[in-house]
Design a protein around this ligand. Structure first.
Ligand SMILES: [Zn+2]
Length: 168
């Protein structure tokens, strides 16, 4: 008998997913240098780590003084709120996250803390290999640039599924 191999009987509809970002981390458990800011920043920043940890994913971002990755909050003339920059590759990948204190302060209104959390959670999404603006526009996502930063501060179902798919 000759076995029929590799027949594709009915290709299931591919689940809608984001275009993954190639600059993310090797693992969904990684480390960032401890950061120290005033109380206006520190709690909202820590909340972003908690928000990812609380998802039903393996995402776990721990502070460690031996980490290569770091975050900073300079006052820049650029128009963005956050910027993720990867370095190295493979298991040697690390990153810098910048949050622009100028634009966050100018635009957050009375929701500064949530804007910081939303922005940091978004940038950490890049570290978790999520790309900007997932193509299915109807899905809520922390990676959407048009999200409401005053209220959308946590990874959404769409983001959670993508992290699970990428790191499974
Ligand atoms: Zn982004």
């Amino acid at each position: 008998m000759v076995a029929v191999v590799g027949s594709v009987a009915g290709v299931a509809a591919a689940p809608a997913h984001a275009t993954y970002y190639s600059g993310g981390m090797w693992s969904s458990h990684f480390f960032i240098q401890p950061y120290s800011f005033n109380s206006t920043w520190q709690g909202p920043l820590d909340q972003a780590l908690t928000n990812w940890y609380n998802t039903p994913t393996a995402a776990w971002i721990e502070k460690s003084s031996s980490a290569s990755s770091w975050m900073e909050a300079p006052n820049l003339s650029d128009t963005w709120y956050g910027l993720y920059t990867p370095f190295g590759s493979g298991s040697g990948r690390y990153f810098r996250i910048q949050l622009n204190s100028r634009t966050l302060s100018a635009d957050a209104g009375g929701n500064f803390g949530n804007w910081v959390t939303s922005s940091f959670t978004h940038e950490l999404g890049h570290a978790l290999s999520l790309a900007d603006n997932p193509p299915v526009a109807s899905n809520a996502s922390i990676m959407r640039h048009d999200r409401n930063r005053s209220t959308l501060t946590t990874p959404q179902t769409y983001d959670i599924n993508d992290v699970n798919n990428f790191y499974s």
